[in-house]
Ligand binder design. Structure first.
Ligand code: ARG
Length: 613
């Protein structure tokens, strides 16, 4: 038996069908819920009342007919009818124990599809010469969690870090760094990401021409001095722009002097990115990085291919794919009038590679919700172009796992006081140092070394879990106090719950010499034992649903309920001081299985469990 709630619902629906035949409305639902009064059973099905009303029958009679057709004696006691027509169901402890036993193998009940399907997950998406910020935190943490969930379900998974390493702005900063190095202002051998970011900003400012300002100065006749100043600035910007374009052409041609500087910039940016990814325990490496530059030689071909096949058309000198048949008004622009390619052109080529070379059956993009229109357009255009067609001839599923914005305590996008993006590395440092203080307070006996290890795990888990546990599509407020709390739906709470389970098992073994034995049944008589058992049995279904919906927060919410159910079990049902040996061993098995599910769930989300804290 898997989740008994699922089985009971199915059986009830069968009974309703048998009792009512064609009269059963197609949307009928057994309305199975936990019992309001445990004296009557574990569950109650409330469908009879509403159905009877719709069909003009007496509710109790209808309930009786459903019960007459209900076949659940393998897992439940004889159902009873109460009040106006509630159907009360009590599960047999032997059935619950058997179900828990069945999920106790290595799989924990999660069925693997054995690599029969391939998922490609777009993660991270860091940009050249820029620090990672909280947006990239979400793209990395959510993307990696989705990849892990799919791996857990037995999919073959590729992570793709769509590194923003190509295009005019990149050429601009490459050119600026190259000139800086030539003038001896920069030493390329020890340049840091901070230096790059500064140069990027400066180059950008130099390229930004204040043409509007110049027009205004002329219009209002603000004097020759102001005019001359702005003229010089605009001219300077135009020169910078021309130089950037020339640099892009040089890069495209593979000019070795430009390419070697550009490679250095990639190395510095990715080095810092991988340091953070490692610290976050996200599996994002060089092997999973496919920068925009890796598509550069395909872009012209994509546009030509689409023009030749009539998928794209020329519109006012630009090339677009019209998407009216997909209900999308805005056409997808794939080549500008000046011949330049766009973000969307690269993503079209990426869909093609991910489906046709990597074999993706499902492409998942963990990217900011503000890019929703972009992905709608790219998905539709790629489908129209046939780039999403798999070997079997079906279209791959293209999913934008969009996430909301991280907000500051003032409810505005999370920024530093000066309005800059908050550096992710600073954020991680702060979380860990705050965690260290909390850990020292909670457990003063830890050695300094151990305290640092625990603090690192607690701080990182707190940040990751806060990000994963909030509804993916919603914005959330970044709060160190909330995420680092040891109570509530937080990373530290869950790590601690697991540590607690482990310490009970250790104590049983070290002090009493008892190990968990597969030979005894699970103890599932008390209400809290049953509640815990029912939570445990939901695990496989939860992993599947988190995968189907691409929503890691479902798994977070589940683990939190599981930890809560364990907590009230532990308070009410003494394990090591149980009334008899059979109960003690049966409770120990419950504890052990809880520990395994918690550990598996946390690992599947990308959190790193601790032995002690
Ligand atoms: N580099 C982009 C950004 O920072 C994110 C890339 C998302 N992935 C993609 N395939 N477009 O906004």
């Amino acid at each position: 038996m898997s989740d008994p709630v699922v089985i009971l619902s199915e059986r009830l629906l069968e009974a309703m069908r048998a009792a009512l035949g064609d009269a059963l409305p197609p949307d009928a639902d057994p309305l199975l819920a936990p019992s309001r009064n445990p004296e009557f059973g574990d569950f109650q099905a409330n469908a009879a009342m509403g159905l009877a009303k719709r069909l003009g029958e007496k509710p109790r009679d209808l309930a009786q007919r459903i019960v007459d057709n209900l076949r659940i004696h393998d897992i439940a006691e004889e159902p009873t009818i109460a009040g106006p027509g509630f159907i009360n169901i009590r599960l047999k402890p032997s059935a619950l124990s058997a179900a828990l036993g069945a999920m106790s193998d290595a799989s924990l009940g999660v069925e693997s599809i054995g690599g029969a399907r391939t998922a490609v997950v777009d993660v991270c998406g860091v940009n050249l010469a820029k620090q990672m910020h909280v947006g990239h935190l979400r793209a990395s943490v959510i993307g990696d969690a989705l990849a892990r969930i799919y791996e857990r379900l037995g999919w073959k998974v590729f992570r793709q870090n769509h590194f923003g390493d190509w295009g005019l702005p990149i050429a601009m900063v490459t050119d600026a760094v190259k000139r800086g190095a030539e003038r001896g202002e920069i030493n390329l051998d020890n340049i840091t990401l901070n230096d790059l970011e500064r140069m990027y900003r400066r180059a950008q400012a130099e390229c930004a021409a204040d043409t509007r300002g110049l027009e205004a100065v002329r219009k209002y006749g603000l004097g020759p001095k102001a005019e001359a100043e702005l003229e010089a600035q605009v001219q300077g910007a135009q020169e910078q722009m021309e130089r950037s374009k020339a640099a892009l052409i040089a890069l495209q041609r593979g000019d070795p002097e430009f390419v070697s500087v550009w490679e250095k910039l990639c190395e510095v940016t990715l080095g810092a990115c991988f340091d953070i990814c490692r610290r976050l325990h996200t599996r994002i490496t060089d092997a999973s990085t496919a920068g925009e530059s890796t598509y550069r030689d395909e872009l012209a071909g994509v546009v030509e291919d689409l023009l030749a096949r009539g998928v794209a058309e020329v519109s006012e000198g630009a090339v677009v794919v019209r998407l009216d048949e997909f209900g999308i008004k805005e056409p997808c622009l794939i080549r500008k009038r000046d011949g330049g390619f766009l973000y969307a052109t690269t993503d079209m080529a990426a869909v093609r590679r991910r489906v046709q070379q990597l074999g993706g059956d499902r492409l998942i993009y963990a990217v900011d919700a503000r890019q929703s229109l972009h992905f709608k357009q790219v998905f539709a255009a790629a489908t129209k172009a046939g780039y999403a067609r798999t070997k079997s001839g079906d279209n791959a599923e293209l999913l934008h796992a969009a996430f909301g914005t991280v907000l500051g305590e003032d409810n505005r996008p999370f920024k530093t006081r000066s309005g800059d993006n908050v550096k992710l590395s600073d954020l991680l440092d702060e979380a860990v140092s705050r965690a260290e203080a909390a850990v020292a307070e909670k457990n003063p006996d830890l050695s300094a070394d151990e305290r640092r290890t625990v603090a690192e795990a607690v701080g990182i888990s707190a940040i990751k879990y806060a990000d994963l546990s909030s509804d993916r599509i919603k914005d959330y407020v970044f709060s160190f106090d909330r995420m680092l709390a040891f109570e509530g739906n937080t990373g530290p709470y869950l790590l601690y719950a697991l540590v607690r389970v482990k310490s009970i098992l250790r104590k049983a073994q070290d002090e009493l010499g008892i190990c968990v034995s597969e030979a005894v049944g699970f103890s599932v008589n008390e209400a809290q034992e049953k509640a815990l058992a029912l939570e445990l049995l939901k695990y496989a279904g939860m992993v599947r649903s988190a995968g189907d919906a691409c929503e890691p927060h479902r798994l977070c919410g589940y683990l939190y309920s599981l930890a809560t159910a364990f907590s009230s079990f532990f308070e009410n049902c003494p394990v090591l001081r149980a009334p008899d040996e059979a109960t003690r061993d049966g409770r120990l098995r419950l504890a052990a299985l809880t520990g395994r599910v918690l550990e598996d769930g946390l690992t599947t989300l990308g959190l790193v469990p601790l032995e002690r804290m």
